[in-house]
Design a protein around this ligand. Sequence first.
Ligand code: MIC
Ligand code: SF4
Length: 647
Amino acid sequence: MGKTVTEKILDDHLVEGDLEPGEEIGIEIDQVLTQDTTGTLVWLQFEALGLDNVQTELAAQYCDHQTYQFDFKNTDDHRFLRSAAGTFGAYFSRPGNGICHNVHRENFAAPGKTLLGSDSHTPTPGGLGQLAIGSGGLDVAVAMGGGAYYIEMPEVVEVRLEGELPEWGTAKDIILEMLRRLSVKGGVGKIFEYTGPGVESLSAPERMTITNMGTELGATSSIFPADEQTKDYLNRVGRGEEYDPLQPDDDADYHDSITIDLSDLEPLIAEPSMPDNVVPVREAAGADVDQVMVGSCTNGAYEDILPVAKMLEGRSINLSTEMIVAPGSKKASEMLAREGWTAELMAAGVNFSEATCGACIGIGHVPGSDSISLRTFNRNFEGRSGIEDDNVYLCSPEVAAASALAGEIVDPRDLDEDLEDPGFEMPDSFEGAEHDIIDPDEAVDDDLIKGPNIGDVPLKDPLGADIEGSTLLRMGDNITTDHIIPATQDILMYRSNIPKLSEFTLSRVDDTFADRALNADGGFLVAGENYGQGSSREHAALCPMFLGIEGVLAQSFARIHKANLFNFGVLPLEIEEDAYENIDQGDDIEVVDNVADAVRSGKEEFTIRVNDDWEATGVLDASERERDILAAGGKLSYVKQQHEDGG
Ligand code: MIC
Ligand code: SF4
């Protein structure tokens, strides 16, 4: 039987298992990427594992999320990361050089290779035919040490694109349409593979807007074939020799198929405060916009800002609206400046930010209370912008520019007859800022430099026989990792200091939680569907573990977060809606079986006793390897044990 693009790459990298959906597979990783706010733990864990050299073809450390050195803690983290990259053999992209996904696609991403990254938007270069997956930092550390990466073989779902985008239709509208149809949990356990005649009409950067935001569907990854468009992009970034054509076989067998006729699309917008709250822009039109932001790893490339510049050239943004452009890479800033577009944008009333994630996670450009911010980003979870009562909308750069001109949300087709669709255009070459990536051969440090805020990674005891405790917090559906450990500056600066960071755990849901958890002797979290969606930050599992959380009972889990719970020895049990409805905060929970034995022996259904009064079933959906990790008290202890055993 013919193979999909995904299967071809997996086949080439398979070290364990069969490509059967639901089966655990182990794959070899060619490239890894990490960034500043997940990277410190990656290297601390790499060190704790006793590893001393990067074993993958390539590893890249980016400094992009918190680049403003407000506080010595951020600066110390950057210095530690530079020293770790130098010591262990990774590329180091300096603070301000750009967002990991943008810089990686320009410099390293290549078709047919595997990429693992400690950031949930790692699938971005799927648009170049690379199989790229986001994970927790510990998985990245292990892969970087030469270990395989294990996942449940996802279902490969075809997304067949027919036709061509109409005027003012953009790649962003394609992925917003996917979110409108499938929701933020519609991609869990899936890889979306784009096929069909519509693919040819999309340039590689447009494809990468789609694969980037496939993460918002909860997908393991998203991928396009590698074709003439891929070759064209690689030529323009000066890496034409890395082109390797890759197409699905004619008789490739997909688990499911979705068709989108591109010519039917119209400008779309995600309303507050979930990326799947998608409606046509015309339905949201008329609302006053206080702030417009163009940027992020979804739409912050030079190619995304160029149409904005063309639309604003010779015009002025509305006086009631502030507009900020945050290029995704310093190279994009440099190119815009060299070509005069920066001046055009400034003349129209735009302010520039340095190339950083920044505002996407509430660091700078925080919207005013209860105001509307229109962004070209990928996430609009409540409070993520840095203020609880935010109203963040997500849209294409074109809709953002039109709305900045109007001062209100507007479909560009309705703004002004003279406004032309600027279309999508790529530069002939991407030149600039070469000196901002330090090659491992030119490393400036060869020893780790740890400031006082950089501590060790706490370990958990191996799993015991009895697990009991109180329901310390009961939450609803779609709880994000931004709820568990927010990413704003005042909290982010403790990412390398787990005891301190833990004080903020779930504080946005209940600010007494951390104290209550520390004082309780063990305990549980209870949640509805899709618990832990969003970011890959392993702190969202590590900090609850540090506070004594032994298990999470949820109706369902997001993929990366569930893997992180295993990695830190926290028991994730799936419960039915009925049980979820009947457990109240404060209820006593006991997992009745001898838990350590049962986990090791492969038991799937656990009896949960509530208040010594009634019983529910908790399902442990885990591979043998995940069970061993859980029983060992987490992956760090498990891998160390394997090394000691000579495994
Ligand atoms: C995000 O978009 O939420 C982040 C910040 O990039 C995270 C990584 C982190 O928490 O540092 C992600 O997506 O994994
Ligand atoms: Fe950075 Fe935002 Fe992209 Fe995360 S989603 S990598 S915070 S720009």
